[in-house]
Design a protein around this ligand. Structure first.
Ligand SMILES: [Mg+2]
Length: 432
């Protein structure tokens, strides 16, 4: 695996400006918010390379099916132009000798937990942002650890020794800038953006790196003659708020390097739930079931992410006149499987008369139990298949973000393999 380099704490790649600050100024930083963002480098493929030394130094791609897409690519594979979300067929053309693997989500989650434990051990306030990313508010840790760079180096060293993996760390006055910083000098990077340096970093930032600025928004901006951060800043915030509402104000804030959002630590939850107020009050059971499916997916994913299984599924309905009911069902065994959560919620709904149109519907899973070892004496093909589907969905969602894939009910019944799902994703990406 890559070895941790020696850091000089100036910026590696095309540093816009480097401000040299003396110690007295450093002390003042105690009063400024210090946010750290840690992002594992090419996480899935790096785990594969650590677990199988024969893969080290080789181009590795997660995704095998010729109808599927790559869900991750090692740095060696990226040199050939392979990126995640690229069709496998195309990746194979770019680099026929790359190693294509199916991916092992359970293993990645296990390593993820190790990494998160290290971060939580050292940092006071930690928010896990995804399977391989976390924010930490490390304001006021200077007395304990010295300058934030020391803490970052210690995190990197402990993660490397525990897992054999490198990560990139960004340090900045807020979450948005910290994420830009961690991305600045990948892999194995350590970058600090001080408030005074922020404008120079932002000048060079592609608009697509601002959260929420996707392909469509970028195109919209392009039509307005705006393609860079300085273009955004050339017009006042009032203009943006007027032209694009909240999105506009948000865009202008980020272009200025402003982000007030705080690091929200994951607490130990007692239940997971999701609910939706419908666009229009309805008696349409098919529509209500669709909501339940979306909610089951969200809850299942959350449960799997935090490693919990619940024994009780609850359905909540609020009617047109705001009266509400809740109905619960206790399962035979604790679950974190989307299909089982959905099935239970659906049965609860089916058992209810709907005396008036439904205004809000919600699903919850509670009564968490220790995760039990499944008995090998009772092989359960359905459960195995549901679990495999969930793992695939999680993988896609981790990679592409929520909203990237919608599971049709038919997918639950019919998707047999990881490949089917990935090819489905492929079709989505190709707009088919
Ligand atoms: Mg990463």
């Amino acid at each position: 695996m890559r070895h941790s380099r020696k850091y000089d704490l100036t910026l590696g790649r095309a540093a816009p400006t480097i401000s040299s600050m003396d110690e007295s100024f450093e002390a003042v930083q105690d009063f400024i918010r210090v946010i750290l963002h840690l992002d594992m480098d090419a996480f899935f493929t790096s785990v594969e390379q650590v677990d199988d030394p024969l893969l080290q130094g080789k181009p590795v791609v997660i995704g095998q099916s010729l109808r599927g897409v790559a869900s991750a690519a090692s740095y060696e594979a990226r040199k050939y132009g392979i990126k995640s979300a690229m069709p496998i067929v195309q990746a194979k053309k770019l680099c026929p000798h790359a190693v294509f693997l199916p991916g092992r989500m359970a293993r990645y989650r296990e390593v993820s937990r190790q990494v998160m434990d290290i971060i939580r051990d050292l940092c006071p306030l930690v928010e896990q942002a995804s399977v391989d990313e976390a924010y930490a508010d490390i304001s006021g840790t200077r007395r304990l650890f010295g300058p934030p760079e020391n803490l970052a180096l210690r995190l990197k060293a402990e993660i490397l020794s525990a897992t054999g993996l490198t990560c990139s760390v960004g340090i900045a006055p807020n979450k948005f800038l910290a994420k830009i910083a961690s991305d600045w000098n990948k892999p194995d990077g350590l970058t600090r953006i001080r408030p005074i340096d922020a404008p120079a970093f932002l000048q060079a930032l592609p608009l697509g790196k601002i959260p929420g600025v996707g392909t469509h928004f970028k195109e919209e901006l392009r039509r307005m003659g705006v393609t860079t951060v300085p273009d955004v800043l050339a017009r006042p915030k009032a203009y943006w708020a007027e032209a694009l509402g909240k999105r506009g104000a948000f865009l202008h804030d980020r272009a200025c390097g402003i982000d007030d959002s705080s690091v929200v630590p994951g607490t130990d939850p007692k239940s997971c739930s999701a609910e939706n107020t419908l666009d229009k009050d309805t008696l349409d059971r098919a529509l209500l079931e669709r909501q339940l499916l979306i909610q089951a997916e969200r809850i299942g994913r959350e449960l799997r992410g935090i490693g919990k299984k619940g024994l009780t599924v609850t359905l909540k309905i609020k009617f047109h006149d705001f009266s509400a009911i809740t109905r619960s069902k206790t399962l035979h065994r604790p679950t974190d499987i989307t299909k089982e959560i959905f099935d239970a919620a659906r049965k609860l709904l089916a058992a209810e008369k709907l005396p008036q149109p439904v205004r809000l519907i919600g699903t919850g899973v509670s009564n968490f139990r220790l995760v039990q070892v499944e008995l090998p004496l009772m092989p359960d093909a359905t459960r195995k298949r549901s679990r495999k589907l969930d793992e695939t969905m999680d993988r896609i969602l981790d990679k592409f973000g929520s909203g990237s894939i919608a599971r049709a009910e038919t997918a639950i019944r019919d998707a047999d393999t990881v490949e089917d799902l990935l090819s489905q994703k492929n079709r989505t990406l190709n707009g088919q």
